[in-house]
Write a protein of this length. Structure first.
Lengths: 599, 490
C-alpha cells in the first residue's frame, strides 16, 4: 500500500522517536529504570489485584506496577516504555481521525507520547500514568465509535465512572472529548447526530456536572482518599498531596486540541499540509527541548548507576567507574567507600578520590526518603541492626507508601541474620509472590528454621561472624565507637578496621591512628597501605630527632622521597597555593592534612 | 442437563460418604492439635467473632466439631485453616454462655485422617464491648508513611477507618482515648502535618493546640475525667535510642515529663507543683471512676540517656476536686520503685474503681520495648499487688485498657515474634483473677503471619465511633487549632 506524503512524515518521525526511545532507555538512562523497579513490590496474588481494584485508578496502578517489574532488565524496560508510548501516539492519532480528515494534524498525536517520555525521566511520575492515559484514550474511542450510531447518554453514565475507576484522573480526557463531540456533533467526520444549541449547552453542562459529582458522591459514601486523590488517583504522581500542572494541561489539552482541529478546514493543498507538518514538527522539537531541560537529570542518573552497582555488589565496576567520573555525588562517594573497603583498598586509595568522612556513613535524618544505599555500609560492616534500621526507614519513607522491593529484601536479610525468623517470614512471603525475587525468597524460606544453613550461608553466615557482641547505641557522630566494638568482636573484620583508620585520618586524630596501626599487620600482606605510610611518614616529621623511631621498612623510600618533595613545595610558596599543591599532591594524605578543609 | 445434575449430586454424595467412613477410621492422636493461635482453655466473651485457627502441618482437610451443652455444629474445611460459620458460631456461643465448648479437630494428611484430643474454650457470661479501636502502624524506627486509627466490630471481622494516612498524609496519629468507653467523648492526638489534638464532644469536633507557654511540648497520653469536663495529659519529651545488637532494637526514653489537666469548657490547662515538679518526671495520668483521685507514675529526674537504667517510676496518686479544680498537694505513693526495684507505667483503673492495672518492667516509662514488661494488678481494696500470670508472656506486654463492664481487658503484646504488637483480650473475674487470653480473631487464621502492621493502643468502646471520616479530615486540616490558655494560678 502506498503511503501518502503526510503519512510518510508521520511514520518517519514515529520511527525516529522509537529508535531514540529504545536507545535512551536501554543505554543512556537505564538506571532510572532500575530505580523504578526497586521502589515497588508487585505481587502476583489475587489479593493484590483486589486491593488495587478497590481504589480509583487502581487498575492503571496495577498494570503499571506489573510492567514496571520488568524494568529490572533495561532492554525489556526500554521496549515496554517505547511500545506503550507508541500506543499512546497511535490512539491519539485515531482520535484525531474522528475530528479532522486533514492528516497534517496527525503530528499533534505525538504530543502526549513525547510529554510522557520526558515525564518518565522524573521518578515522581509513574509509568501507570501512561496506562491510565491509554485506558482513557481507548474509552474515548469506544465512546466515539458508539456515538456514530446513537446518542449514548446512558453509555456515558456508565463509561465515565468506569473510566474514572480504572484510569483515575485521565477520565477527564473522556469528559472533555465527550463535551467536544456534543458541541460539534454532525460536522465531525463519521457522526450523523445533530443537536440544537439548547441540547448542546445542556449536554455539556450535564457532562461537567456529572463528571464532578460521581467522584464526590463516592467520597461521601466511601471516604478513602483526599479530595484531590478522589479525582485524580495515585496513578500519576508519587506525591499524594500534589498533582502536577503539566498533567492538568495534558488532560485538558487533548480535548481542546481536538476541538480546535475540528474547526479547521479538513482539506488543503499538499504544500500547505507539508508546511503545517513542518510547523508542528518544529513545535514538537521545542516541546521536547523544553521538557528535556526540565526533566532529564544526568546527575541523578549517574548517582543511580552507583547505587545500582552497590545493589548488585559489583565493587570492581564501582571503582572502575569512579576512576573516570568527575565530581562524584554523595551516593557515588558512599558507593565508592564501600567498594574500596570491600576490596581491601580503602587504605590505599581513599585520597585518590575526594571522598571525605561524611561519605562513609549516611546521615540519619527524617527528611525525604531514606536512600536505599543508606543501609549498605552498616550491612557490609556487620552492623546488622543499623542496616535494618536504615532499610526499614527506606521502607517507611517512600513518598507513596509503597513497599520498595530492594529495602524489603534487605529487611528480610537482617531478620534472618538476627535469627528472628518469624519476622523474616513476613517479608519473605511478600518476595515469594514476586516474579523476579521468588526464587531467592523460596530458597531463604527453605533455610529458615536451620541455624546450620544460616551459618553456612556465604553472606548471612559471614555477617553473623562480623556482628558486634556487645550492645551500644547508634550515634552518627561517634561511628568510630561502633567500629571499635566491631573489631573487639572480630579482629579480622578488615572493613571495620579500614573504616576506623579512615575516620582517624579524616579527623587528623593521629594518636588514634598510631594506636591501632599495629593491627594493620593482620590485614596487609607485605607492606603498609600507602595512606598509612604517608601518615606515618608525616608523623615522623613531627617528632624530635631523639624520639624518632629507628629506621624501619614501614615507610617505603618512595613515600619518604615524595614527602620531602611535598615539604619542599609546601615551604616554597605551596602553603598559599592550594591549586598547585592539589595538582601535584592532591592524592596524598599530606595534601588532605593541610588543605582538606578547603575542599 | 438433568442427567448431569444427577451425576454431580451422586458424585458429591459418594465423596461425602467416603469421607465419613475415612474419618471414622481416623487414627487417634494423644495430644491437642498443633493450632495457631493457641485457643486451648481460653475464655471468650459470648459476642466475639469466630476464633478461626490453623492446624500446623501440611494437612489437606479439616473437620472441626464444636460441642457445648446446648448445641453443637460441625464444619469441614479444605486445607489447614478454619473459617467458622459466623451465624452458627454466634448461636453456639449464645446458647452456651457461662459454659465450656469442646472443639475436636480431625485433620487429613496423605496417610489418612488424624483425630486430636478435644480442647476447650470457656464462654463467659459477660459480653465484651461492641467495638475495639486501635492504631495500625508498621513497627519502624522514626519514619512512617502509612498508619491509621481503626475500629473493629468485636462480633465480626469488620474494620472501619476513623482516620488514616490516605486522608491525612504525613500526619502521625495516636493517643485515641475515650471517656469510660464512650465513643461520643473522644480525644486523638495528631503530630507532624496537621498537628493538634482533636477533641470530640456533643457530636462536635474541635482541634486544639495543647502546646502553650506553660508547657515545653504539646500534650499527649490523655485520660478523661469521668465528668467529661477535664482531660489529664502528660507532656513528654521522648527520645529513641537504637541498639546495635540483639532482638530489642530500640528503646524510648522520656527525657522530661510533666502533667497538666485540660478544662474542656474553658479551653484552659492547669497544673500544680506536684504534677510539674522540677525534681521528678510525671507521666501517664489516670482518673479514678469517681473523679476524686488522679493516678500517675513518677520518677526522680536524672541525666539522660546515661541514667536511663536508673529511671524507675513509682505509682502515685493525688486528690482532685472537679468543682474547684484543686489538685492535692500530698502525693500518695501506692507502689514504690524503691521497694519493687522496678518501674511502673500505664496505670488503668477498672470501671468499679477496685483494680489498677499497670505494666511492671526494669526501667523507664515506655514498656513497649522492654521484653520483661508484664501486666500487674493492684487491688485498691486489699492493696495486694500481683502479676497477671495468665496474661503475661516472656515478651512485652504493654498498653492495656478495660471494657465498660470491667470483666475484659485488652492489651498489646509482642509475644508472637518479639517485634509486632498484637492484641490479646483477657477475662478478669470479680476477684481480680485473670483467665487465659485470646488473640484478636481474624477471618484468615494465617493473617498474622504476613500482616506487616502493629496494633497499638487498643481501647474498647461501647458503640461504633460514628465520626464521618470527611468531618474528621476537615477538622484535622483546619489550619488554625484553638490555642488553649495555660492557667498559672494553681
Amino acid at each position: 500500500m502506498k503511503r501518502q506524503p503526510e503519512n510518510r512524515i508521520f511514520y518517519g518521525l514515529g520511527l525516529v522517536l522509537t529508535l531514540l526511545s529504545l536507545g535512551f532507555w536501554s543505554g543512556l538512562y537505564e538506571n532510572h529504570l532500575y530505580f523504578r523497579e526497586q521502589t515497588q513490590l508487585f505481587q502476583f496474588t489475587f489479593d493484590y489485584l483486589l486491593k488495587h481494584l478497590q481504589t480509583n485508578g487502581g487498575m492503571a496502578i496495577y498494570a503499571g506496577e506489573f510492567f514496571t517489574q520488568f524494568f529490572l532488565n533495561r532492554f525489556a524496560g526500554a521496549a515496554i516504555i517505547t511500545l506503550f508510548l507508541g500506543l499512546v501516539v497511535g490512539l491519539t492519532r485515531k482520535l484525531l481521525c474522528h475530528f479532522s480528515e486533514n492528516r497534517a494534524w496527525d503530528m499533534l498525536a505525538f504530543i502526549p507520547g513525547v510529554s510522557f517520555f520526558f515525564w518518565l525521566c522524573n521518578p515522581f511520575y509513574y509509568f501507570s500514568g501512561v496506562i491510565a492515559l491509554l485506558i482513557a484514550l481507548t474509552a474515548s474511542l469506544i465512546f466515539l465509535k458508539i456515538m456514530e450510531h446513537s446518542r449514548p447518554v446512558s453509555l456515558l453514565v456508565i463509561i465515565l465512572p468506569l473510566c474514572w475507576w480504572l484510569a483515575g484522573g485521565a477520565y477527564l480526557i473522556l469528559t472533555g472529548i465527550a463535551a467536544v463531540v456534543w458541541l460539534r456533533s454532525k460536522p465531525l467526520p463519521k457522526l450523523q447526530n445533530t443537536f440544537s444549541t439548547r441540547q448542546k449547552i445542556g449536554g455539556v453542562v450535564f457532562l461537567l456536572l456529572f463528571s464532578v459529582s460521581f467522584p464526590l458522591a463516592f467520597r461521601h459514601f466511601l471516604p478513602i482518599n483526599t479530595l484531590l486523590q478522589t479525582f485524580v488517583s495515585e496513578a500519576f504522581y508519587q506525591i499524594r498531596v500534589l498533582f502536577p500542572l503539566a498533567l492538568v494541561i495534558l488532560f485538558s489539552g487533548i480535548p481542546v486540541f481536538l476541538y480546535l482541529v475540528s474547526l479547521l478546514p479538513s482539506g488543503g493543498r499538499r504544500e500547505k499540509i507539508f508546511q503545517i507538518q513542518l510547523g508542528l514538527l518544529g513545535g514538537l522539537f521545542l516541546l521536547g527541548f523544553y521538557s528535556y531541560t526540565k526533566t532529564v537529570n544526568w546527575q541523578a542518573e549517574r548517582e543511580m548507576e552507583f547505587d545500582y552497582l552497590v545493589s548488585k555488589a559489583k565493587w570492581e565496576e564501582i571503582i572502575h567507574l569512579a576512576d573516570y567520573r568527575q565530581n562524584l555525588g554523595p551516593v557515588a562517594r558512599q558507593a565508592l567507600n564501600i567498594a574500596l573497603a570491600k576490596t581491601g583498598r580503602l587504605s590505599e586509595k581513599m585520597f585518590h578520590f575526594s571522598l571525605g568522612e561524611e561519605s562513609m556513613f549516611p546521615v540519619y535524618e527524617r527528611k525525604g526518603m531514606t536512600p536505599m544505599i543508606a543501609s549498605e555500609p552498616f550491612y557490609q560492616l556487620g552492623l546488622v541492626n543499623f542496616a535494618q534500621m536504615m532499610a526499614m526507614e527506606s521502607v517507611e519513607s517512600t513518598p507513596d507508601g509503597r513497599l520498595p522491593v530492594r529495602a524489603v529484601k534487605r529487611v528480610a536479610e537482617t531478620y534472618l541474620i538476627n535469627g528472628q525468623y518469624e519476622v523474616a517470614y513476613k517479608f519473605l512471603v511478600l518476595l515469594k509472590h514476586t516474579l523476579f525475587y521468588r526464587k531467592w525468597a523460596v530458597k531463604a524460606l527453605t533455610a529458615l528454621p536451620s541455624e546450620e544453613k544460616m551459618n553456612s550461608h556465604p553472606d548471612w553466615g559471614e555477617k553473623r561472624k562480623l556482628m558486634p557482641r556487645e550492645d551500644f547505641y547508634y550515634n552518627h557522630q561517634q561511628m568510630q565507637v561502633a567500629l571499635l566494638y566491631l573489631l573487639r568482636s572480630n579482629a579480622k573484620n578488615q572493613m571495620a578496621y579500614e573504616y576506623l583508620m579512615a575516620i582517624y585520618l579524616y579527623r587528623r586524630d593521629l594518636d588514634g591512628f598510631l594506636k591501632f596501626l599495629p593491627m594493620a599487620k593482620n590485614f596487609a600482606n607485605q607492606e603498609l597501605p600507602l595512606v598509612y605510610q604517608e601518615a606515618l611518614a608525616y608523623i615522623n616529621t613531627l617528632l624530635p630527632d631523639a624520639a624518632k623511631p629507628a629506621p624501619s621498612n614501614e615507610v617505603s623510600t618512595a613515600v619518604e622521597s615524595a614527602l620531602e618533595e611535598y615539604a619542599r613545595a609546601y615551604l616554597n610558596g605551596g602553603k598559599n597555593e592550594a591549586g598547585r599543591m592539589k595538582k601535584d599532591f592532591g592524592k596524598t594524605y599530606w595534601y588532605y592534612l593541610h588543605f582538606g578543609d578547603n575542599e | 442437563m438433568n442427567r448431569k445434575k444427577f451425576l454431580y449430586i451422586f458424585l458429591i454424595l459418594l465423596s461425602v460418604s467416603c469421607h465419613r467412613s475415612e474419618i471414622r477410621e481416623a487414627s487417634e492422636e494423644d495430644c491437642f492439635p498443633p493450632i495457631f493461635p493457641d485457643l486451648n482453655e481460653v475464655t471468650i466473651p459470648p459476642n466475639v467473632a469466630p476464633l478461626n485457627f490453623l492446624v500446623e502441618g501440611g494437612y489437606e482437610q479439616l473437620k472441626v466439631e464444636l460441642t457445648g451443652n446446648n448445641g453443637r455444629f460441625t464444619q469441614y474445611f479444605k486445607g489447614n485453616k478454619t473459617r467458622l460459620d459466623p451465624s452458627k458460631w454466634q448461636e453456639l456461643l449464645h446458647n452456651n454462655s457461662g459454659q465450656s465448648i469442646f472443639i475436636r479437630v480431625f485433620a487429613k494428611e496423605q496417610k489418612g485422617w488424624k483425630k486430636f484430643r478435644p480442647f476447650t474454650i470457656s464462654v463467659a457470661r459477660e459480653p465484651v464491648d461492641d467495638y475495639l479501636v486501635y492504631r495500625l502502624i508498621m513497627p519502624g524506627f522514626q519514619t512512617w508513611n502509612n498508619m491509621g486509627i481503626y475500629q473493629r466490630q468485636m462480633s465480626s471481622f469488620k474494620q472501619e477507618t476513623i482516620a488514616d494516612s490516605r486522608l491525612l498524609p504525613g500526619t502521625c496519629m495516636n493517643c485515641h482515648t475515650f471517656l469510660q468507653n464512650d465513643p461520643d467523648n473522644m480525644v486523638l492526638h495528631l503530630r507532624e502535618n496537621n498537628s493538634g489534638t482533636v477533641l470530640r464532644q456533643n457530636q462536635q469536633l474541635r482541634k486544639i493546640n495543647t502546646k502553650s507557654e506553660g508547657t515545653f511540648s504539646a500534650a499527649g497520653f490523655p485520660y478523661w475525667h469521668p465528668s467529661g469536663k477535664f482531660v489529664a495529659f502528660s507532656i513528654n519529651k521522648v527520645k529513641q535510642v537504637f541498639h546495635s545488637t540483639g532482638p530489642v532494637r530500640a528503646h524510648a526514653i522520656d527525657m522530661n515529663s510533666d502533667m497538666a489537666i485540660y478544662d474542656v469548657e474553658q479551653n484552659e490547662m492547669f497544673s500544680s507543683d506536684v504534677l510539674m515538679s522540677e525534681q521528678a518526671f510525671e507521666a501517664f495520668p489516670c482518673f479514678s471512676p469517681d473523679g476524686g483521685t488522679l493516678y500517675f507514675v513518677s520518677s526522680k529526674s536524672g541525666s539522660l540517656p546515661e541514667d536511663q537504667h536508673e529511671m524507675k517510676y513509682s505509682l502515685c496518686a493525688v486528690s482532685f476536686d472537679a468543682q474547684t479544680k484543686k489538685i492535692g498537694a500530698e502525693v500518695d505513693t501506692l507502689i514504690s520503685a524503691a521497694v519493687t526495684g522496678k518501674s511502673v507505667s500505664i496505670p488503668r483503673i477498672s470501671p468499679d474503681g477496685r483494680f489498677l492495672m499497670v505494666c511492671l518492667f526494669d526501667y523507664g516509662n515506655f514498656p513497649s520495648y522492654n521484653p520483661e514488661s508484664d501486666l500487674y494488678l493492684l487491688d485498691l481494696h486489699t492493696k495486694a499487688f500481683y502479676p497477671l500470670e495468665l496474661l503475661n508472656s516472656p515478651d512485652v506486654e504493654s498498653y492495656h485498657s478495660w471494657s465498660s463492664n470491667g470483666r475484659w481487658v485488652v492489651f498489646s503484646s509482642r509475644r508472637m515474634d518479639g517485634l509486632y504488637s498484637h492484641i490479646y483480650i483477657g477475662y478478669i473475674d470479680s476477684d481480680g483473677q485473670p483467665r487465659k487470653p485470646f488473640l484478636l480473631p481474624q477471618k484468615d487464621a494465617a493473617f498474622y503471619s504476613t500482616f506487616l502492621y502493629s496494633f497499638n493502643l487498643p481501647e474498647f468502646v461501647v458503640r461504633r465511633v460514628d465520626i464521618s471520616a470527611i468531618d474528621f479530615e476537615r477538622t484535622a486540616k483546619e489550619s488554625s487549632a484553638e490555642q488553649l490558655r495555660f492557667d498559672n494560678s494553681h
